[in-house]
Design a protein around this ligand. Structure first.
Ligand code: ZN
Length: 68
């Protein structure tokens, strides 16, 4: 049986989700928690907006590698 994730854990996973792809297990744990926790649902929505904003201003990674 899957342990119920805490708000703290969900916040951590949502934040980490900005930097890496969460595993299927992690994602489903977050989704499960968001269904019952309004606070984390809001937090996740805010992080989603942040992620969109960051993607918009993203600089190409190889920009610094061409200095010759
Ligand atoms: Zn929560």
């Amino acid at each position: 049986m899957i342990r119920k994730p805490t708000c703290k854990e969900v916040h951590r996973l949502v934040s980490e989700g900005l930097d890496r792809n969460l595993t299927l297990t992690e994602r489903s744990r977050v989704q499960m928690h968001l269904l019952v926790c309004r606070a984390c649902d809001r937090f996740n929505g805010q992080m989603g907006l942040l992620r969109k904003a960051m993607q918009r201003f993203e600089v190409p990674l190889d920009a610094d590698d061409r200095k010759d």
